[in-house]
Ligand binder design. Structure first.
Ligand SMILES: Cc1cc2nc3c(=O)[nH]c(=O)nc-3n(C[C@H](O)[C@H](O)[C@H](O)COP(=O)(O)OP(=O)(O)OC[C@H]3O[C@@H](n4cnc5c(N)ncnc54)[C@H](O)[C@@H]3O)c2cc1C
Length: 408
Protein backbone atom coordinates (compact mmCIF):
# COMPACT_ATOMS: atom_id res chain seq x y z
CA UNK A 1 0.00 0.00 0.00
CA UNK A 2 1.38 3.46 -0.90
CA UNK A 3 1.92 5.91 1.99
CA UNK A 4 -0.74 8.66 2.44
CA UNK A 5 -0.15 11.77 0.30
CA UNK A 6 1.62 14.71 1.96
CA UNK A 7 0.04 18.10 1.48
CA UNK A 8 1.14 21.57 2.49
CA UNK A 9 -1.78 23.98 2.72
CA UNK A 10 -0.70 27.63 2.88
CA UNK A 11 -3.22 29.99 4.51
CA UNK A 12 -5.86 29.19 7.13
CA UNK A 13 -8.73 31.26 5.77
CA UNK A 14 -12.01 29.57 4.83
CA UNK A 15 -10.45 27.79 1.81
CA UNK A 16 -7.28 26.49 3.50
CA UNK A 17 -8.72 25.54 6.85
CA UNK A 18 -11.74 23.66 5.51
CA UNK A 19 -9.54 21.87 2.96
CA UNK A 20 -6.88 20.91 5.50
CA UNK A 21 -9.60 19.52 7.77
CA UNK A 22 -11.12 17.36 5.03
CA UNK A 23 -7.74 16.10 3.82
CA UNK A 24 -6.56 15.21 7.32
CA UNK A 25 -9.88 13.51 8.16
CA UNK A 26 -9.54 11.65 4.85
CA UNK A 27 -6.22 10.16 6.01
CA UNK A 28 -3.68 12.47 4.32
CA UNK A 29 -0.65 14.06 6.01
CA UNK A 30 -1.28 17.81 6.10
CA UNK A 31 0.86 20.74 7.23
CA UNK A 32 -1.32 23.84 7.54
CA UNK A 33 0.76 27.02 7.53
CA UNK A 34 -0.70 30.38 8.55
CA UNK A 35 1.16 33.67 8.72
CA UNK A 36 -0.93 35.08 11.60
CA UNK A 37 -1.01 33.82 15.16
CA UNK A 38 -4.74 34.40 15.54
CA UNK A 39 -7.86 34.67 13.42
CA UNK A 40 -8.99 37.92 14.95
CA UNK A 41 -8.69 40.45 12.19
CA UNK A 42 -10.84 43.49 11.88
CA UNK A 43 -13.72 43.27 9.44
CA UNK A 44 -13.50 39.76 8.07
CA UNK A 45 -16.67 39.21 6.02
CA UNK A 46 -19.25 37.02 7.68
CA UNK A 47 -22.21 36.41 5.35
CA UNK A 48 -22.75 32.73 4.58
CA UNK A 49 -24.99 32.23 1.59
CA UNK A 50 -27.00 29.01 1.13
CA UNK A 51 -24.22 27.97 -1.32
CA UNK A 52 -21.61 28.11 1.48
CA UNK A 53 -23.95 26.40 3.93
CA UNK A 54 -24.43 23.62 1.38
CA UNK A 55 -20.65 23.21 1.16
CA UNK A 56 -20.39 22.95 4.95
CA UNK A 57 -23.22 20.40 4.94
CA UNK A 58 -21.34 18.36 2.37
CA UNK A 59 -18.30 18.39 4.66
CA UNK A 60 -20.52 17.05 7.46
CA UNK A 61 -20.12 20.32 9.37
CA UNK A 62 -23.72 21.51 9.78
CA UNK A 63 -23.77 20.46 13.48
CA UNK A 64 -20.58 22.51 13.99
CA UNK A 65 -22.15 25.50 12.18
CA UNK A 66 -25.30 25.29 14.34
CA UNK A 67 -23.17 25.66 17.49
CA UNK A 68 -21.67 28.98 16.36
CA UNK A 69 -23.00 32.47 17.16
CA UNK A 70 -25.06 33.57 14.17
CA UNK A 71 -27.91 35.70 12.94
CA UNK A 72 -30.08 35.10 9.91
CA UNK A 73 -30.19 38.20 7.70
CA UNK A 74 -33.68 39.69 7.44
CA UNK A 75 -33.33 40.76 3.81
CA UNK A 76 -31.89 43.30 1.39
CA UNK A 77 -32.92 46.82 0.46
CA UNK A 78 -31.75 49.56 -1.87
CA UNK A 79 -32.16 53.23 -0.89
CA UNK A 80 -31.94 56.16 -3.28
CA UNK A 81 -31.57 59.67 -1.90
CA UNK A 82 -32.63 58.21 1.47
CA UNK A 83 -35.88 56.80 0.08
CA UNK A 84 -36.47 53.12 -0.37
CA UNK A 85 -36.33 51.88 -3.97
CA UNK A 86 -37.17 48.28 -3.02
CA UNK A 87 -36.73 45.69 -0.33
CA UNK A 88 -36.74 41.89 -0.47
CA UNK A 89 -37.04 39.54 2.51
CA UNK A 90 -34.82 36.49 2.98
CA UNK A 91 -34.67 33.64 1.98
CA UNK A 92 -35.60 34.86 -1.55
CA UNK A 93 -36.74 31.42 -2.68
CA UNK A 94 -33.68 29.56 -1.34
CA UNK A 95 -34.00 26.82 1.24
CA UNK A 96 -31.91 28.72 3.81
CA UNK A 97 -31.54 32.42 4.56
CA UNK A 98 -28.21 34.17 4.15
CA UNK A 99 -26.74 33.85 7.66
CA UNK A 100 -24.18 36.05 9.40
CA UNK A 101 -21.53 34.03 11.25
CA UNK A 102 -18.42 35.72 12.72
CA UNK A 103 -15.59 34.40 10.56
CA UNK A 104 -13.26 34.19 13.53
CA UNK A 105 -15.71 31.81 15.28
CA UNK A 106 -16.09 29.67 12.16
CA UNK A 107 -12.33 29.40 11.63
CA UNK A 108 -11.65 28.65 15.32
CA UNK A 109 -14.24 25.85 15.25
CA UNK A 110 -12.80 24.35 12.05
CA UNK A 111 -9.33 24.50 13.55
CA UNK A 112 -10.39 22.88 16.80
CA UNK A 113 -11.84 19.97 14.87
CA UNK A 114 -8.86 19.73 12.49
CA UNK A 115 -6.42 19.59 15.40
CA UNK A 116 -8.08 16.40 16.59
CA UNK A 117 -6.60 14.68 13.50
CA UNK A 118 -3.21 13.21 14.35
CA UNK A 119 -2.13 13.71 10.72
CA UNK A 120 -2.60 17.49 10.80
CA UNK A 121 0.36 19.70 11.68
CA UNK A 122 -0.80 23.22 12.59
CA UNK A 123 1.91 25.84 11.98
CA UNK A 124 0.66 29.33 12.92
CA UNK A 125 2.75 32.49 13.07
CA UNK A 126 5.13 31.65 10.20
CA UNK A 127 4.59 32.99 6.69
CA UNK A 128 5.75 31.06 3.66
CA UNK A 129 8.43 33.15 1.99
CA UNK A 130 9.40 30.97 -0.93
CA UNK A 131 8.34 28.01 -3.04
CA UNK A 132 10.87 25.18 -3.33
CA UNK A 133 11.44 23.36 -6.60
CA UNK A 134 12.86 20.03 -7.63
CA UNK A 135 13.51 20.30 -11.35
CA UNK A 136 10.41 21.91 -12.84
CA UNK A 137 8.15 20.59 -10.06
CA UNK A 138 7.21 22.55 -6.95
CA UNK A 139 8.27 20.35 -4.08
CA UNK A 140 7.65 22.37 -0.92
CA UNK A 141 7.94 25.73 0.81
CA UNK A 142 10.41 27.72 2.85
CA UNK A 143 9.07 29.51 5.93
CA UNK A 144 10.13 32.95 7.12
CA UNK A 145 12.33 31.31 9.80
CA UNK A 146 14.25 29.47 7.07
CA UNK A 147 12.68 26.06 7.75
CA UNK A 148 12.00 24.02 4.62
CA UNK A 149 9.05 21.63 4.28
CA UNK A 150 8.50 19.13 1.47
CA UNK A 151 5.20 17.78 0.13
CA UNK A 152 3.62 15.92 -2.76
CA UNK A 153 1.39 18.93 -3.41
CA UNK A 154 1.50 22.53 -2.14
CA UNK A 155 -1.95 24.13 -2.03
CA UNK A 156 -1.95 27.93 -2.05
CA UNK A 157 -4.94 29.29 -0.12
CA UNK A 158 -3.08 32.47 0.76
CA UNK A 159 -5.73 34.96 -0.27
CA UNK A 160 -6.13 37.62 -2.91
CA UNK A 161 -2.52 38.89 -2.84
CA UNK A 162 -1.22 35.28 -3.05
CA UNK A 163 2.57 35.13 -2.79
CA UNK A 164 2.46 31.56 -4.11
CA UNK A 165 0.62 32.66 -7.24
CA UNK A 166 3.20 35.38 -7.84
CA UNK A 167 6.19 33.15 -7.17
CA UNK A 168 4.84 30.50 -9.53
CA UNK A 169 4.69 33.22 -12.22
CA UNK A 170 0.94 32.78 -12.66
CA UNK A 171 -0.72 35.94 -13.95
CA UNK A 172 -4.00 37.30 -12.63
CA UNK A 173 -6.50 38.28 -15.31
CA UNK A 174 -8.33 41.28 -13.85
CA UNK A 175 -12.06 41.77 -14.24
CA UNK A 176 -13.36 45.34 -14.10
CA UNK A 177 -11.82 48.15 -12.10
CA UNK A 178 -10.53 47.75 -8.54
CA UNK A 179 -13.02 48.57 -5.82
CA UNK A 180 -11.79 50.71 -2.93
CA UNK A 181 -13.85 50.94 0.18
CA UNK A 182 -13.69 52.09 3.75
CA UNK A 183 -15.22 49.83 6.39
CA UNK A 184 -16.49 51.22 9.68
CA UNK A 185 -17.93 49.68 12.79
CA UNK A 186 -20.33 51.33 15.20
CA UNK A 187 -20.36 49.28 18.42
CA UNK A 188 -23.74 47.91 19.49
CA UNK A 189 -26.24 47.50 20.91
CA UNK A 190 -28.13 49.05 18.00
CA UNK A 191 -31.90 49.55 18.47
CA UNK A 192 -33.76 46.98 16.31
CA UNK A 193 -35.89 49.55 14.48
CA UNK A 194 -32.79 51.41 13.19
CA UNK A 195 -31.79 48.86 10.58
CA UNK A 196 -33.36 46.00 8.65
CA UNK A 197 -31.20 43.56 6.70
CA UNK A 198 -28.43 44.69 4.39
CA UNK A 199 -29.00 48.22 3.10
CA UNK A 200 -27.37 49.59 -0.04
CA UNK A 201 -27.33 53.37 0.30
CA UNK A 202 -27.02 55.68 -2.72
CA UNK A 203 -27.29 59.45 -2.31
CA UNK A 204 -25.68 62.65 -3.57
CA UNK A 205 -23.25 60.81 -5.85
CA UNK A 206 -22.03 58.53 -3.06
CA UNK A 207 -22.50 54.81 -2.40
CA UNK A 208 -22.40 53.03 0.93
CA UNK A 209 -23.97 50.19 2.86
CA UNK A 210 -25.10 49.32 6.35
CA UNK A 211 -25.79 46.03 8.08
CA UNK A 212 -25.98 44.75 11.64
CA UNK A 213 -23.39 42.00 12.05
CA UNK A 214 -23.71 38.71 13.96
CA UNK A 215 -22.24 40.30 17.10
CA UNK A 216 -24.78 43.14 17.11
CA UNK A 217 -22.42 45.88 15.85
CA UNK A 218 -23.26 48.04 12.88
CA UNK A 219 -20.97 47.57 9.88
CA UNK A 220 -20.88 50.42 7.42
CA UNK A 221 -19.11 50.76 4.09
CA UNK A 222 -18.21 53.86 2.10
CA UNK A 223 -17.15 53.34 -1.50
CA UNK A 224 -14.30 55.56 -2.64
CA UNK A 225 -14.59 56.90 -6.18
CA UNK A 226 -11.97 55.55 -8.61
CA UNK A 227 -8.63 57.23 -7.82
CA UNK A 228 -10.05 59.16 -4.85
CA UNK A 229 -7.87 59.64 -1.79
CA UNK A 230 -9.31 58.94 1.63
CA UNK A 231 -10.13 62.12 3.55
CA UNK A 232 -8.65 62.28 7.00
CA UNK A 233 -11.75 62.89 9.05
CA UNK A 234 -12.69 62.55 12.70
CA UNK A 235 -15.21 59.85 13.65
CA UNK A 236 -18.03 62.39 13.99
CA UNK A 237 -17.33 63.76 10.50
CA UNK A 238 -17.40 60.28 8.96
CA UNK A 239 -20.61 59.57 10.88
CA UNK A 240 -22.13 62.72 9.39
CA UNK A 241 -21.12 61.66 5.87
CA UNK A 242 -22.60 58.21 6.36
CA UNK A 243 -25.73 59.75 7.87
CA UNK A 244 -26.14 61.79 4.66
CA UNK A 245 -26.71 58.48 2.82
CA UNK A 246 -28.92 56.83 5.40
CA UNK A 247 -32.68 56.98 6.00
CA UNK A 248 -34.23 57.68 9.40
CA UNK A 249 -33.96 56.34 12.07
CA UNK A 250 -30.44 55.17 11.13
CA UNK A 251 -29.22 58.65 10.19
CA UNK A 252 -29.96 60.33 13.57
CA UNK A 253 -28.45 57.33 15.38
CA UNK A 254 -25.20 57.74 13.42
CA UNK A 255 -25.02 61.42 14.31
CA UNK A 256 -25.87 60.83 17.95
CA UNK A 257 -23.23 58.07 18.35
CA UNK A 258 -20.70 59.49 15.86
CA UNK A 259 -17.89 59.76 18.42
CA UNK A 260 -17.87 55.97 18.93
CA UNK A 261 -17.58 55.14 15.22
CA UNK A 262 -14.33 53.16 14.84
CA UNK A 263 -11.70 54.51 12.45
CA UNK A 264 -12.17 53.04 8.98
CA UNK A 265 -10.19 50.20 7.46
CA UNK A 266 -9.39 50.68 3.79
CA UNK A 267 -9.75 47.74 1.38
CA UNK A 268 -8.70 47.65 -2.24
CA UNK A 269 -10.18 44.68 -4.03
CA UNK A 270 -9.35 43.70 -7.59
CA UNK A 271 -11.58 40.92 -8.88
CA UNK A 272 -9.66 38.51 -11.05
CA UNK A 273 -8.99 34.97 -12.20
CA UNK A 274 -5.57 33.29 -12.22
CA UNK A 275 -4.71 32.34 -15.82
CA UNK A 276 -4.24 28.81 -14.48
CA UNK A 277 -4.82 27.44 -11.00
CA UNK A 278 -2.19 24.74 -11.04
CA UNK A 279 1.21 23.67 -12.22
CA UNK A 280 3.15 20.53 -11.32
CA UNK A 281 3.25 20.33 -7.52
CA UNK A 282 1.04 23.39 -6.93
CA UNK A 283 -2.70 24.10 -6.76
CA UNK A 284 -4.30 27.48 -6.00
CA UNK A 285 -7.75 27.77 -4.40
CA UNK A 286 -10.08 30.42 -2.98
CA UNK A 287 -9.09 34.06 -3.43
CA UNK A 288 -5.54 32.98 -4.40
CA UNK A 289 -7.03 31.53 -7.61
CA UNK A 290 -9.92 33.97 -8.02
CA UNK A 291 -10.02 37.09 -5.82
CA UNK A 292 -13.66 38.00 -5.22
CA UNK A 293 -15.28 41.34 -4.56
CA UNK A 294 -17.27 41.80 -1.33
CA UNK A 295 -20.41 42.49 -3.42
CA UNK A 296 -23.20 40.06 -2.45
CA UNK A 297 -20.88 38.12 -0.14
CA UNK A 298 -19.40 35.48 -2.42
CA UNK A 299 -15.76 34.88 -1.43
CA UNK A 300 -16.12 32.72 1.69
CA UNK A 301 -18.84 30.69 0.03
CA UNK A 302 -16.82 30.02 -3.11
CA UNK A 303 -13.73 29.22 -1.02
CA UNK A 304 -15.73 26.56 0.86
CA UNK A 305 -17.11 25.17 -2.40
CA UNK A 306 -13.60 25.02 -3.90
CA UNK A 307 -12.43 23.05 -0.90
CA UNK A 308 -15.22 20.44 -1.10
CA UNK A 309 -14.43 19.73 -4.74
CA UNK A 310 -10.67 19.74 -4.10
CA UNK A 311 -10.77 17.41 -1.08
CA UNK A 312 -12.84 14.86 -2.94
CA UNK A 313 -10.57 14.86 -6.00
CA UNK A 314 -7.26 14.94 -4.10
CA UNK A 315 -8.23 12.04 -1.84
CA UNK A 316 -9.51 9.99 -4.77
CA UNK A 317 -6.43 9.35 -6.86
CA UNK A 318 -2.65 9.04 -6.90
CA UNK A 319 -2.07 11.53 -9.68
CA UNK A 320 -2.29 14.79 -7.79
CA UNK A 321 -1.48 16.94 -10.83
CA UNK A 322 -4.28 15.36 -12.84
CA UNK A 323 -6.59 15.84 -9.84
CA UNK A 324 -5.54 19.51 -9.64
CA UNK A 325 -6.32 20.01 -13.34
CA UNK A 326 -9.74 18.37 -12.85
CA UNK A 327 -10.45 20.65 -9.85
CA UNK A 328 -9.63 23.76 -11.86
CA UNK A 329 -11.79 22.61 -14.72
CA UNK A 330 -14.69 21.83 -12.39
CA UNK A 331 -14.56 25.09 -10.43
CA UNK A 332 -13.83 27.66 -13.14
CA UNK A 333 -17.35 27.70 -14.60
CA UNK A 334 -19.13 28.61 -11.37
CA UNK A 335 -16.50 31.11 -10.24
CA UNK A 336 -16.46 32.85 -13.63
CA UNK A 337 -20.25 33.15 -13.70
CA UNK A 338 -20.49 34.54 -10.18
CA UNK A 339 -17.69 37.04 -10.82
CA UNK A 340 -19.59 38.24 -13.89
CA UNK A 341 -22.71 38.71 -11.77
CA UNK A 342 -20.75 40.60 -9.10
CA UNK A 343 -19.35 42.79 -11.84
CA UNK A 344 -22.84 43.43 -13.25
CA UNK A 345 -23.96 44.58 -9.78
CA UNK A 346 -20.93 46.84 -9.50
CA UNK A 347 -21.56 48.38 -12.95
CA UNK A 348 -25.21 49.01 -12.18
CA UNK A 349 -24.32 50.52 -8.81
CA UNK A 350 -21.77 52.85 -10.42
CA UNK A 351 -24.20 53.87 -13.14
CA UNK A 352 -26.95 54.81 -10.71
CA UNK A 353 -24.63 56.09 -7.98
CA UNK A 354 -22.56 58.42 -10.12
CA UNK A 355 -25.06 59.63 -12.74
CA UNK A 356 -27.15 62.34 -11.13
CA UNK A 357 -29.79 62.59 -13.96
CA UNK A 358 -30.40 58.84 -13.71
CA UNK A 359 -30.49 58.96 -9.93
CA UNK A 360 -32.91 61.86 -9.87
CA UNK A 361 -35.09 60.26 -12.58
CA UNK A 362 -35.23 57.01 -10.64
CA UNK A 363 -35.97 58.83 -7.39
CA UNK A 364 -38.85 60.78 -8.93
CA UNK A 365 -40.32 57.70 -10.64
CA UNK A 366 -39.61 55.50 -7.63
CA UNK A 367 -43.16 54.11 -7.42
CA UNK A 368 -42.99 52.91 -11.02
CA UNK A 369 -39.30 52.05 -11.26
CA UNK A 370 -38.89 50.35 -7.85
CA UNK A 371 -40.59 47.10 -8.95
CA UNK A 372 -38.63 47.11 -12.25
CA UNK A 373 -35.32 47.61 -10.42
CA UNK A 374 -36.31 44.85 -8.01
CA UNK A 375 -37.02 42.42 -10.87
CA UNK A 376 -33.66 43.19 -12.55
CA UNK A 377 -31.87 42.74 -9.20
CA UNK A 378 -33.73 39.53 -8.35
CA UNK A 379 -32.87 37.95 -11.71
CA UNK A 380 -29.20 37.91 -10.64
CA UNK A 381 -29.67 36.67 -7.10
CA UNK A 382 -30.46 32.96 -7.48
CA UNK A 383 -26.93 31.91 -8.60
CA UNK A 384 -25.32 34.43 -6.24
CA UNK A 385 -27.14 32.74 -3.36
CA UNK A 386 -27.28 29.08 -4.31
CA UNK A 387 -24.34 28.79 -6.71
CA UNK A 388 -24.80 27.03 -10.03
CA UNK A 389 -26.63 23.71 -9.92
CA UNK A 390 -24.70 20.46 -9.63
CA UNK A 391 -21.32 22.01 -8.88
CA UNK A 392 -20.44 20.05 -5.77
CA UNK A 393 -19.22 16.47 -6.05
CA UNK A 394 -22.14 14.13 -5.97
CA UNK A 395 -21.55 11.82 -7.88
CA UNK A 396 -17.78 11.74 -7.34
CA UNK A 397 -15.43 13.77 -9.54
CA UNK A 398 -13.96 11.73 -12.37
CA UNK A 399 -10.21 12.11 -11.86
CA UNK A 400 -8.18 10.44 -14.58
CA UNK A 401 -6.24 7.55 -13.09
CA UNK A 402 -3.00 7.26 -15.02
CA UNK A 403 -1.56 4.40 -13.01
CA UNK A 404 1.56 6.46 -12.33
CA UNK A 405 2.03 8.54 -9.20
CA UNK A 406 3.63 11.96 -9.22
CA UNK A 407 4.45 12.12 -5.54
CA UNK A 408 7.95 12.97 -4.46
C1 LIG B 1 -14.56 44.12 3.15
C2 LIG B 1 -14.82 42.71 2.71
C3 LIG B 1 -15.99 42.07 3.14
C4 LIG B 1 -16.26 40.77 2.71
N1 LIG B 1 -17.41 40.17 3.11
C5 LIG B 1 -17.68 38.92 2.71
C6 LIG B 1 -18.85 38.24 3.15
O1 LIG B 1 -19.64 38.77 3.93
N2 LIG B 1 -19.08 36.97 2.68
C7 LIG B 1 -18.23 36.37 1.81
O2 LIG B 1 -18.50 35.23 1.38
N3 LIG B 1 -17.09 36.97 1.40
C8 LIG B 1 -16.79 38.22 1.84
N4 LIG B 1 -15.65 38.82 1.42
C9 LIG B 1 -14.69 38.07 0.61
C10 LIG B 1 -13.97 37.05 1.49
O3 LIG B 1 -13.46 37.67 2.66
C11 LIG B 1 -12.83 36.36 0.75
O4 LIG B 1 -13.21 36.06 -0.58
C12 LIG B 1 -12.49 35.04 1.49
O5 LIG B 1 -12.01 35.32 2.78
C13 LIG B 1 -11.45 34.22 0.71
O6 LIG B 1 -11.06 33.11 1.51
P1 LIG B 1 -9.62 32.46 1.34
O7 LIG B 1 -9.53 31.37 2.33
O8 LIG B 1 -9.40 32.15 -0.09
O9 LIG B 1 -8.58 33.63 1.67
P2 LIG B 1 -8.40 34.52 2.98
O10 LIG B 1 -9.62 34.55 3.81
O11 LIG B 1 -7.86 35.83 2.50
O12 LIG B 1 -7.29 33.75 3.80
C14 LIG B 1 -5.94 33.71 3.38
C15 LIG B 1 -5.08 33.34 4.57
O13 LIG B 1 -3.74 33.13 4.12
C16 LIG B 1 -2.83 33.71 5.05
N5 LIG B 1 -1.59 34.01 4.33
C17 LIG B 1 -1.41 34.94 3.36
N6 LIG B 1 -0.14 34.89 2.90
C18 LIG B 1 0.49 33.89 3.59
C19 LIG B 1 1.80 33.36 3.56
N7 LIG B 1 2.74 33.84 2.73
N8 LIG B 1 2.12 32.34 4.40
C20 LIG B 1 1.17 31.83 5.25
N9 LIG B 1 -0.10 32.32 5.31
C21 LIG B 1 -0.44 33.33 4.49
C22 LIG B 1 -3.58 34.95 5.55
O14 LIG B 1 -3.07 35.36 6.81
C23 LIG B 1 -5.02 34.44 5.63
O15 LIG B 1 -5.35 33.89 6.88
C24 LIG B 1 -15.36 40.11 1.85
C25 LIG B 1 -14.18 40.75 1.43
C26 LIG B 1 -13.92 42.04 1.86
C27 LIG B 1 -12.66 42.71 1.39
Amino acid sequence: MSPPPRFIVVGAGPAGLSLALQLAEGGAEVALIEASERFKRQFRGEALMPSGQQALAQMGLLPLLKELPQRPLEGWSVWLERRRLFRVAEPLGSLQPCTLVPQEALLEALLERARRCPRLQWRPGQAVRQLLKRGSRISGVELSNGEQLEADLVIGCDGRGSLLRQQAGIQLKCLGKPLELLWFELPGPIPKDCIWGFQTLVAGGRIGSACLNASGHLQLAWLLKPGEERDNLASEEWAQRLANLAPAPLAPLLIERGASLRAPVRFKVQVGMAERWQQPGLLLLGDAAHPMSPIRAQGINLALRDSVVAAEALLAGDDLDAASAAIEQQRRTEVKRLQQLQEAEARQGHLIGYSSPLRHGLTLARGLMGPVAQRVWMARQRPLRDGLPEQLPKPKLAVPRTGKTNRN
